[in-house]
Ligand binder design. Structure first.
Ligand code: COI
Length: 354
């Protein structure tokens, strides 16, 4: 159990208009900080006013990108209850990432306690209008002042919070996705399964080019054969083909999404056939051409469920479900967000009350 010291802000900031929230631009009054020193372990857990941090220019995170992050959300439910969605999964995934990039492990219960304590202090910041939540961003950076390449001996673990609306400007409306054929995001044996900033830095160029062509995001193909569908970078993907829902299997280069896992469990509970397996872009094209591609959607903490309205692969444009929200995407969105907000009974044990 962490002994978290709390230093409160002298003058709280004014809260934003909950009906006009973008994603990730406004931060709450406080943040959680904990340091790691080799030989001492994690120490000095504290909540302090949200503020800039001071680091040496030689801090290792700036040079070799030894850092990780997570994404979670807190929801305001009826009777002022505050709910988290599967926070232990984020804490477990943190340690999977940490193991890969040589950051020390954090006990799952400590990370959940830190998130709960901070969210509880900031509960007035949780927006309650439809489609909004309080986004929780835990992250760890390497802080040794050293420009040689090796794992750092010191780290900072922090949690910041932002009240958010939809991740994409489209909200729950379908997004247009560019299937990337030149650049790759990750390969098996690399860090594609880990939530580390380098994966996102590697995605920026293709994302920028896709944006210039009018697409919201890119769909990554595997880095070797360039034919197996991987993920969208901010989301995992699902395709409904001839009554069966297919999502790429986790083989080391895809992020193991918590919303992805929840969608699989929900589909199984609804007796809708769902498979985790290799899925090629050619299979998707042929399903499209034969009229069997019924729906496609992305899943993620930030994005929740985001229907895919259009795919562009080498200039071939595939319009899904007439560019409208599919019934399954809609049902999944309503169910997951209903469970997250406490409006639908949670028969899976996913909800953790703060
Ligand atoms: C999330 O869905 O929480 C993510 O971390 C994706 C992202 C905003 C980079």
């Amino acid at each position: 159990m962490l002994n978290i010291k709390v230093e409160k802000i002298a003058v709280p900031k004014s809260k934003p208009d909950v009906n006009n929230l973008a994603f990730g631009t406004i931060f709450t009054d406080h943040m959680f900080v904990m340091d790691y020193t080799e030989g001492e372990g994690w120490h000095d857990p504290r909540i302090i006013p949200y503020q800039p941090i001071t680091l040496e220019p030689s801090a290792m995170v700036f040079h070799y990108g030894q850092e990780m992050f997570e994404g979670m959300k807190a929801y305001k439910a009826k009777e002022d209850r505050v709910l988290l969605f599967r926070p232990e999964m984020n804490a477990k995934r943190t340690n999977v990432t940490n193991e890969r990039i040589c950051i020390p492990q954090i006990p799952v219960k400590d990370m959940v306690q830190a998130a709960k304590t901070l969210v509880n202090l900031e509960k007035d910041w949780i927006p309650d209008s439809p489609g909004t939540s309080l986004y929780i961003r835990p992250f760890i950076i390497a802080t040794d002042p050293y420009v040689g390449v090796r794992p750092s001996n010191t780290y900072k673990f922090m949690i910041i919070l932002c009240p958010v609306g939809a991740y994409y400007k489209e909200g729950i409306n379908p997004v247009k996705i560019w299937v990337e054929t030149e650049y790759v995001r990750a390969v098996k044996g690399g860090v594609g399964f880990a939530k580390t900033g380098g994966n996102y830095a590697a995605s920026l160029k293709a994302q920028k080019l896709a944006k210039e062509k009018g697409y919201t995001q890119v769909l990554w193909l595997d880095g070797i054969e360039r034919k197996n569908i991987e993920e969208v970078g901010t989301m995992n993907v699902f395709f409904k083909i001839d009554g069966e829902v297919i999502t790429p299997s986790l083989e080391g280069s895809i992020l193991p999404g918590i919303t992805r896992d929840s969608v699989i469990q929900l589909l199984e509970s609804w007796d809708i056939p769902v498979k985790e397996r290799k899925l090629t872009i050619d299979e998707v094209i042929s399903a499209y051409e034969n009229g069997l591609l019924e729906e496609a959607f992305g899943t993620g903490t930030a994005a929740v469920i985001s229907p895919i309205g259009e795919l562009n692969y080498k200039g071939k444009i595939m319009i899904m479900n007439d560019g409208k929200i599919g019934d399954l995407s809609n049902r999944l969105y309503k169910t997951i967000s209903g469970i997250q907000r406490g409006d639908i009974e949670d028969s899976f044990g996913w909800i953790v009350e703060v």
